[in-house]
Design a protein around this ligand. Structure first.
Ligand code: GUN
Ligand code: FE
Length: 446
């Protein structure tokens, strides 16, 4: 049994600020103490109140000029696409054909996939992100490469093989049956293997036949004891939506294509949702499905402005998390992603304050994944995935922070000026696997 203590200024969330207001959603300890035992948070409170539980011989890691928060959760990201971040000049459908499909072809080679998975997880952990919902490629070996590396870090990851049996180059296609068989085998191998979780991953409606979508739905239905996750893209781009209408004339709207196949329910994660209509929001709410907001990607591909406050309408609130959507997105950092989310919100004439923002990147993501009882908050019983954001490392940010009047302003400055360079340390299941200032910053947990 290992017990350790972390002391410093801590923020976390106990509720959804979109629904109950920012004040009552946030938990803030100016001088907090977190006690971790065997990977989980055993106690959390103000230092002065709970310091009595520290044994005489215990070591305390004290972070000064820092904000300690739950590990960030990236609700939508494509690890194979990190090699093509910043691919110039196209909107979604041409971007897929010109850049994405050729890039993803490389993942037929397992050793190539191993290399990219290693790079990806280091970048993610270095950005303070401890959980992500990850698209692999059509190749089953791309899934093994990812989960093998995630297992080394002991990160809690949700990932799956991309299903695509049409409208892409022939060498990148599976079939409805092979997709079902491969997904079932991979789920059997990886779902709840340690902290890993399997996600059935139809790429998006235009790349999946009716039969493929139906078999994906069947796979979800078959697995009842430990339900699988499901992720896909929804209402990202107007040309894509017009194409879906053409391909599926019998469906009421884009979401209905997935709903007819049994793909809309709890643990269904829909990327983007930029152009969702009221009907779709209703169905998402009723079925307990969620949307991942991907602002850097939506801006980069010119896809449009996701209306987070409409999605969160109190009459039928939808679960919403935050995603980088690399390689259409442009940063590994959830701080940079929030910077962009704020600007999108302004263009929608709504006010995304720092509490809304940090909630989206932490507990909001956990709710999107139905893991809010496991990760995404600093509270007793939760898995100890923790990020330490340092305001002192960067002299300019520290100076600017000196002019902030309260916590809200400091968090807001951090998301406007900050990025992965402001991540001092990342803890995964209680282990400090990244420390920016260590001789070897990245270390697999022992
Ligand atoms: N729609 C289908 N595939 C993709 C993808 O790889 N990235 C994005 N942003 N949208 C998609
Ligand atoms: Fe995506």
């Amino acid at each position: 049994m290992t017990v350790q203590f972390i002391r410093g200024e801590v923020i976390s969330f106990k509720d959804d600020p979109f629904l109950c207001g920012s004040e009552s959603a946030i938990v803030h300890e100016e001088d907090g103490l977190i006690c971790i035992e065997d990977g989980k948070i055993k106690a959390f409170g103000s230092y002065s109140e709970i310091k009595g539980m520290i044994p005489a011989d215990a070591s305390i890691t004290h972070y000064k000029d820092s904000i300690i928060c739950p590990g960030f959760i990236d609700g939508h990201v494509h690890y194979p696409q990190i090699q093509m971040i910043g691919a110039f000049g196209e909107h979604l459908l041409d971007w897929l054909n010109k850049y994405t499909f050729p890039t993803e072809s490389n993942f037929a080679d397992k050793s190539y996939a191993d290399d990219v998975a290693k790079r990806f997880l280091k970048k993610l952990i270095g950005a303070g992100t401890t959980t992500a919902a990850v698209y692999c490629t059509v190749h089953p070996q791309s899934v093994d490469a990812f989960f093998e590396e995630s297992s080394r870090w002991n990160t809690r990851m949700v990932a799956g093989k991309v299903l695509m049996d049409r409208n892409a180059p022939e060498w990148l296609l599976d079939t409805a049956q092979s997709a079902y068989d491969d997904s079932k085998r991979l789920a059997g191998k990886w779902h709840h293997a340690g902290r890993q979780l399997y996600c059935v991953t139809p790429r998006f409606a235009p790349s999946c036949s009716d039969e493929q979508l139906e078999l994906a739905g069947q796979l979800l239905k078959e697995q009842t004891d430990q339900p699988l996750f499901m992720q896909t893209h929804l209402d990202e781009n107007v040309d894509e939506i017009a194409w879906v209408k053409q391909l599926f004339p019998g469906s009421k709207n884009y979401l209905d294509v997935y709903d007819k196949a049994g793909l809309v329910g709890p643990r269904s994660i829909f990327g983007h949702g930029v152009h969702c209509d009221e009907d779709e929001f209703h169905v998402l709410h009723e079925k307990g499905a969620g949307i991942c907001h991907c602002p850097t990607s939506n801006n980069f591909l010119g896809s449009g402005l996701f209306k987070a406050f409409v999605a969160k309408d109190e009459k039928r609130p939808v679960r919403v998390g935050l995603g980088t959507d690399l390689g259409a997105g442009t940063s590994f950092s959830q701080l940079s992603t929030l910077n962009e989310a704020y600007k999108v919100s302004e263009l929608n004439n709504t006010k995304l304050d720092a509490v809304h923002a940090f909630y989206l990147a932490t507990r909001g993501g956990a709710e999107l994944l139905y893991l809010e009882d496991t990760i995404g908050s600093i509270a007793p019983g939760m898995e100890a995935d923790i990020t330490v954001l340092d305001c002192g490392h960067d002299e300019f940010t520290q100076w600017r922070m000196g002019y902030a009047n309260d916590l809200n302003e400091r968090l807001f400055i951090l998301m406007c000026l900050g990025n992965e360079r402001n991540v001092k340390s990342t803890y995964v299941y209680g282990r400090c696997v990244y420390d920016r200032d260590r001789a070897e910053p990245f270390q697999y947990p022992q």
